[in-house]
Design a protein around this ligand. Structure first.
Ligand code: C6P
Length: 408
């Protein structure tokens, strides 16, 4: 179904604002964080106005209401990615913490010196640094699936790395710079043939594609609420039950225990075993409202709209002399357009566009090794979501011509 973007934009009050007098916002930075619809803002506001209390601790009405809202959000998040059970959804702060949870708990219990972990050259720092840290501590080995000139993973390299029998393969489902959507199901199947466990970084895929963790057969899947219309400060880790059950707790404290003695403790059942201390309750409720919103719009409709916008954007950007795009063609990627402009620093591009209210990101986008691979320190990056329009792409293109004019 074609999206009614005019109606959708009414759900996002921020899109109405001006960044300076007479200059309306053109928000092209949803890859960094998406904007939030009224239903999410209201769900969090209602919680604080009506139901605010700590969860899993009290028997009074508010405590029961708050617990029910928190757990009901988990149920809907589980359904959204087709997890078999809500027990498989661990609330974390974000994708970064979800990956670190696997690195601290699963990996420290299962990996020893010399064990191989396969990553890719297009990873975000949050799927590199936790493994660097484990390498320093444990002496694990890291190797990388290379990225081709067109910005896709070289699956022949992957297959040859798999012959070295890695213990873990961890890769991003969708690149935050190239936009490349990796063939996750195929990659997971190949990893399972050599008995490797697979962690997927879903920070950019869950907000934009229909993700079914069971169909993918992912062992772990990490994502953040704030990139999918939800609040900051909350994310999730999905894991297969048998893996999560066998893993030791990550952080210790309240709520993650069944029983505590002076010299020992017994860990709680899933998912609470991994949720120590008072969590981000209002944020979890906002996360639930965000998946309701995305479900109402329909993930297939969102993907189709973004595809149309991205195809148009790539076509228009390609026309600009001196502009170089990174990443594959629109059929292999999500709504991301990273580019350089001959002789002009990406930060200057972003700053000049901002004068016209156009928000893009410039820098290495927390993917320094990928930029190094392409021999550049930084790119400018425009990214699209369900609320973006072709008119906004035109504003971006006109803005880039203005940047070129300024630097002529
Ligand atoms: N990328 C971007 O502008 P957190 O910060 O934990 O919510 O997400 C981390 C992360 C992990 N993997 C990928 C593929 C990502 O894109 C991100 C976040 C943002 O590209 C902020 S750096």
């Amino acid at each position: 179904m074609k999206l009614n973007v005019t109606e959708i934009r009414k759900d996002f009050p921020i899109l109405e604002r001006e960044t300076r007098s007479g200059v309306r916002l053109t928000y092209l930075d949803s890859t960094a964080t998406s904007q939030k619809p009224l239903s999410v803002i209201q769900a969090m506001d209602d919680f604080y106005r009506r139901s605010n209390a700590n969860i899993h601790r009290g028997v009074h009405t508010l405590a029961e209401e708050s617990t029910a809202l928190y757990e009901s959000a988990r149920d809907r998040i589980a359904k959204f990615i087709n997890a078999g059970s809500a027990r498989q959804i661990i609330y974390t702060r974000n994708t970064t913490e979800s990956i670190n949870l696997v690195a601290y708990s699963w990996a420290r219990a299962n990996l020893k010196q010399g064990d191989l972990v396969i990553l890719t050259e297009m990873e975000h720092h949050s799927n590199l640094v936790p493994w660097h840290m484990l390498q320093a501590e444990r002496g694990i080995e890291l190797d990388f699936i290379t990225v081709t000139e067109d910005g896709v993973l070289d699956l022949e390299v992957y297959k040859s790395l798999l012959s070295r029998r890695p213990k873990l393969v961890s890769f991003t489902h969708m690149s935050n710079v190239l936009g490349t959507v990796n063939p996750a199901a195929e990659m997971i199947k190949l990893a399972h043939e050599v008995d490797a466990i697979v962690l997927v970084d879903g920070a950019q895929s869950v907000p934009h594609l229909k993700v079914d963790v069971q169909a993918l057969d992912a062992d772990f899947y990490a994502f953040s609420a704030h990139k999918m219309c939800g609040p900051t400060g909350i994310g999730a880790l999905y894991g297969k039950i048998e893996l999560l059950e066998a893993m030791p707790p990550f952080l210790g404290g309240g709520d993650m225990i069944k029983e505590v003695k002076l010299r020992s403790f017994r860990a709680n059942t899933l998912p609470h075993k991994f949720e120590a201390g008072t969590p981000a309750i209002a944020e979890a409720i906002g996360f639930g409202a965000a998946v309701d919103y995305l479900t109402k719009i329909g993930m297939e409709n969102i993907s189709a709209h973004e595809h149309e916008i991205t195809e148009y954007a790539l076509e228009r950007l390609e026309e600009i002399p001196g502009l170089k795009l990174f990443g594959p063609s629109a059929d292999k990627k999500g709504g991301v357009a990273a580019f350089t402009l001959d002789g002009i620093h990406p930060h200057d591009v972003a700053q000049i566009l901002d004068q016209d209210g156009i928000a893009i990101r410039a820098g290495h986008h927390c993917a320094q090794p990928l930029h190094e691979k392409f021999g550049i320190p930084a790119t400018s990056r425009a990214s699209f979501y369900m609320y973006n329009t072709k008119e906004e792409v035109d504003l971006l293109v006109n803005g880039i011509y203005k940047v070129k004019e300024t630097f002529k």
